[in-house]
Design a protein around this ligand. Structure first.
Ligand code: SF4
Ligand code: SF4
Length: 202
């Protein structure tokens, strides 16, 4: 058992960095800030590690039911998402035996927060939702912590304060992304393609 629970988890082929069959419609997305951070850290162009598509509005609704506010990641139902290998179903940034090769300041915020989520009160104060840290049966950290949220944070070598810090950043970044025009998203993705012309999902 190593100190990197996510590396152990990926060794057991149960990690959250593989796209499981049937989960494609609810694949999460990247924000403009995610792409800017990742590209700065890796020197890669977004089009090398991400792709974009139109998603069905119901998929957006399903995701928001689990993670309130996440629908802001898909303005006009456009999803810019990480690329997953067609054969292994692994995320572009996943490496066998290591797990994610991006550090937690660089990763998509949703990955840094997972499996936690957060709530924002009327004053803008962000609070981590403890339930999410106890009820994902797939997560090895939760299993090791015997579904106790505080222990899960310890297994991840993080704290509620640190997660709340990332959640606060994410709030700002999600809002910015939700308000971006197709042009801004296309520019962040560094494509010349006309994102507005993507067909709607029926
Ligand atoms: S970016 Fe990292 S943490 Fe997120 S899905 Fe890919 S490998 Fe996993
Ligand atoms: S966050 Fe949980 S499910 Fe995902 S790789 Fe880490 S231990 Fe596994």
């Amino acid at each position: 058992m190593s100190t990197n629970v996510c590396a152990d988890c990926s060794g057991q082929c149960r990690d959250c960095c593989h796209l499981k069959p049937g989960t494609e419609p609810v694949k999460f997305g990247l924000t403009i800030n995610d792409m800017q951070r990742i590209s700065k850290a890796t020197g890669l162009r977004p089009s090398e590690y991400a792709d974009y598509e139109k998603i069905h509005p119901l998929a957006k609704h399903d995701m928001a039911a689990v993670a309130p506010g996440i629908d802001r990641m898909f303005p006009r139902n456009i999803r810019v998402g990480l690329k997953f290998d067609e054969k292994t179903r692994a995320c572009f940034f996943w490496k066998a035996g290591k797990g994610c090769i991006l550090d937690k300041n660089t990763r998509p915020r949703i990955c840094t927060l997972f499996p936690a989520w957060y709530a924002v009160d009327g004053t803008g104060k962000v609070a981590i939702e403890p339930m999410a840290l106890s009820n994902s049966i797939e997560c090895l950290a939760i299993e090791r912590a015997k579904s106790q949220p505080k222990k899960t944070l310890k297994v991840f070598n993080t704290s509620e304060t640190q997660l709340a810090h990332f959640a606060k950043l994410y709030e700002v970044e999600l809002t910015r992304h939700s308000q971006a025009s197709d042009q801004e998203i296309a520019e962040a993705y560094l494509v010349t393609a006309n994102i507005s012309s993507l067909p709607d999902q029926e």
